[in-house]
Design a binder for this molecule. Structure first.
Ligand code: GTP
Ligand code: MG
Length: 458
């Protein structure tokens, strides 16, 4: 195409929720449904994501046409990202927000809201990501008689009054939890204004009931409210590092989500590293090899020349050992602007990594994404930060906290999220009486901090 060519890309939809509430099963079912509709090969596996194309969206939502005759699919597809923990979601960061255009908050309809459901909701609030609640496992509602692979509205017709009442009871519990958290919500077919009310879609990832509605709703919401955000051009790519991974034969690679433009083999990119911006040239772009093409000796990846947003791709290049998950990736369009791009990355990182000298807590996290999630939550709690950095808790961190403790004892704390505490740091903390708070759930770590600060102040 020409240089001015522009298009609407696939929305990036991230799936969040409490452990075992069915995120992976839901995505598997969406993939499986498509395969059952004789569309194998059309769902392409991306690195860390799956792409459901428009053709599949059209087929899966076809049964709904009798309820919604005006249903159309104008987007080229949906890029779904599964998140085993919330870290990956935090890493989908982008200056001032998230790379995710929309989130699915999966809630087991029988178990209701759990710890990580609240945690996920908090991050969505913080990042202002619009979301749909997926009330999963409706097949486990008392008296429910499953109609595999049918739409929810179709399945409703064959349920007893009792089963319908039980379902509504459980959905009401979810709706009231959302209300407590500041969101108006309702079952999707009762929502009048989707800008004001969060839609709750009952599904069973096991039987497939409700999946047509879920895909139709995502498509409709995106088309109605987000098209502007999805416009992209034939321009140097923008992306984010989701994970940094060792890959046999390729050394250290980064798994990236590209949300804008076109990324090419040979492009020079800038990304954030532990010791400042990294400038490197893309040696190879890798996509998972489709299962049916797997052959001996060929490895799990296909080499490609370029990817067009939206995409999940593995990047192989030199000097990626120090790359930080959650880092932006910017392509350098020409040598003249290299300095500018490096500066942009440095500035963006300096908003997250802090090496200050005022009174405040010390924060250590495993990635740029989780560090940002922590520091922005601390800001909201009005708790100052002296040091915020990626990496294990070191002796120096403990020392800094003990210095703070001399004038501000309530901030004599090191917060450690998903990082090790080095042994010498631990023993120094014991000697200096520095409190190291350690948790792998962000909001619980913050709760502990809040408790501690209040205790010291009274
Ligand atoms: P993590 O990745 O560990 O956070 O879990 P997850 O949210 O991806 O859950 P997963 O999809 O692994 O499902 C957990 C369990 O719930 C599995 O045993 C699934 O078979 C089961 N499950 C998921 N969806 C449904 C459903 O709709 N109905 C029933 N009955 N079981 C389900
Ligand atoms: Mg899972």
């Amino acid at each position: 195409g020409s240089d001015t060519e522009q298009w609407i890309r696939q929305p990036i939809v991230v799936v969040l929720g409490h452990v075992d509430h069915g995120k992976t099963t839901l995505l598997d079912k969406i993939r499986g449904t498509a395969v059952a509709k004789k569309e194998p090969g059309e769902i392409t596996q991306h690195v860390g994501a799956s792409m459901v194309p428009a053709s599949v969206l059209k087929k899966v939502t076809e049964p709904l046409r009798k309820f919604f005759p005006r249903l159309t699919v104008d987007i080229p597809g949906i890029l779904f990202i599964d998140t085993p923990g919330h870290e990956l979601f935090s890493n989908l960061r982008r200056r001032g927000g998230s790379v995710a255009d929309l989130a699915l908050l999966v809630v087991d309809v029988v178990e209701g809201f759990q710890k990580q459901t609240y945690e996920a909701l908090n991050i969505l609030k913080e990042k202002r990501v619009p979301f749909v609640v997926v009330a999963n496992k409706i097949d486990r509602v008392e008296g429910w008689v499953s109609k595999p692979d049918s739409s929810f509205l179709e399945s409703l017709k064959s349920q007893s009054q009792r089963a319908l009442a039980k379902l509504d009871e459980r959905i009401y519990v979810i709706v009231s939890k959302l209300y407590e958290q500041g969101f108006e919500a309702d079952r999707f077919d009762r929502v009048r204004d989707f800008r004001k009310t969060v839609a709750v879609v009952p599904v069973s990832a096991k039987t497939g009931e409700g999946i047509p509605e879920l895909l139709a709703l995502i498509t409709g919401l995106v088309q109605q409210f987000m098209k502007k955000r999805l416009v992209t051009k034939n321009e140097p790519a923008k992306g984010v590092v989701l994970e940094v991974k060792e890959e046999p034969g390729f050394g250290t690679t980064v798994d990236a989500v590209i949300f804008d433009g076109v990324l090419k083999r040979g492009d020079t990119i800038v990304l954030a590293g532990k010791n400042g911006p990294i400038v490197t040239k893309i040696r190879a772009l890798l996509m998972p090899r489709p299962l049916q093409d797997m052959r001996m000796h060929e490895g799990a990846f296909t080499l490609i020349d370029q990817v067009v947003a939206a995409a999940g791709v593995k990047i192989s290049a030199a000097n990626l050992d120090d790359a930080l998950a959650g880092s932006p990736i910017y392509v350098v369009p020409s040598d003249e602007v290299l300095g500018e791009v490096v500066k942009a990355v440095r500035e963006e990182v300096s908003e997250i990594i802090v090496r200050g000298s005022g009174n405040g807590v010390v924060v250590k996290a495993d990635t740029l994404g989780t560090l940002e999630a922590l520091t922005s939550a601390l800001k909201q709690m009005n708790i100052p930060v002296r040091i915020a950095d990626v990496g294990p808790v070191t002796q120096n961190d403990v020392l800094e906290a003990s210095i703070v403790g001399k004038t501000a004892p309530e901030y004599k704390v090191v917060l450690a999220f998903n990082v090790k505490v080095l042994p010498e740091a631990k023993s120094l903390a014991e000697r200096e009486n520095v409190n190291i708070l350690y948790h792998n759930v962000i909001y619980q770590l913050l709760e502990e901090l809040d408790k501690w600060v209040k205790e010291v102040r009274t």
